[in-house]
Design a protein around this ligand. Structure first.
Ligand SMILES: [Zn+2]
Length: 257
């Protein structure tokens, strides 16, 4: 049975997270330090996780990701990677702007728009500096400074092992998840992708969650139903609406996974 780990599925309404935390993160962990930590973490993660061997597969996701990344000013460069692991239905971002999507998530999708919307959510965790905030809160400033200087190789290895095993790097607050939805969906639309891809993807993940052992996880997070409704309400405000889905191209891409 597929494990359902829903880093991208936790939100409802659309209140913006209080910006004080973000301002603090900018001071405590400036983007340049986040990039330094991210480079070291990427080395560990790329050893622990199996990146998909197909250049075509990697390029397809990087292309969608860059189309999304062009819609927002990011404090760090954004890059996108496919992990060859069908058991994880998830995507995550690490410090420094590298975003990983598991093949389990890609196999659940039926078109480019659905994946663009997932990437938009993860991009927003980066650009809203949720990762920096969570790192400061969870890891502590002293350890972070050690990471930036390369003094904590064991800690990085442990984090990478955790991601490989669970598909989760950092557990964000509901407010952060809500904000990632709020800012991610407009990126999908402005990049020209059908924003209803968000709704389609949530419905599939919700169905999968109901059929799997993810009940306890769903209990501790806002239900996907709330996020579906919030996304539907938000989509109504978009004018014009994106229309690109690229279903046929996506089917060819998915066949390579
Ligand atoms: Zn998230």
């Amino acid at each position: 049975m597929r494990k359902l780990i829903i880093a991208v599925v936790c939100c409802a309404a659309c209140a913006t997270v209080e910006s004080g935390e973000r301002a603090a993160a900018n001071v405590l962990l400036p983007p340049a330090d986040e990039v330094a930590i991210g480079k070291k973490m990427k080395n560990e993660i790329n050893q622990k996780l199996k990146l998909h061997a197909s250049a075509d597969v990697q390029n397809h996701i990087e292309k969608i990701g860059q189309a999304m990344a062009r819609q927002v000013k990011s404090p760090v460069p954004l890059h996108f990677h496919v992990v060859d692991d069908d058991k994880q239905v998830n995507a995550f971002a690490i410090p420094g702007g590298d975003i990983y999507v598991f093949s389990g998530m890609l196999k659940l999708a039926d078109d480019d728009a659905e994946i663009a919307c997932v990437l938009g959510h993860e991009i927003s965790h980066v650009t809203r500096r949720h990762i920096a905030q969570k790192l400061v809160q969870q890891v502590g400033l002293q350890t972070l400074l050690g990471l930036a200087l390369g003094d904590q190789p064991g800690f990085l290895a442990a984090l990478a092992t955790q991601v490989a095993g669970t598909g989760v790097l950092l557990k964000f607050s509901r407010d952060h998840e809500r904000e990632a939805d709020e800012f991610g969906l407009p990126l999908c639309n402005s990049a020209g992708y059908d924003p209803n891809g968000y709704v389609r993807m949530f419905k599939k993940i919700k169905k999968l969650g109901e059929a799997s052992a993810a009940g306890s996880f769903l209990q501790s997070h806002p239900l996907p139903t709330e996020r579906i409704e919030a996304a539907q309400a938000r989509i109504k405000t978009f004018d014009p609406k994106g229309t690109v889905t690229n279903e046929k191209q996506y089917a060819a891409f998915r066949a390579q996974l």
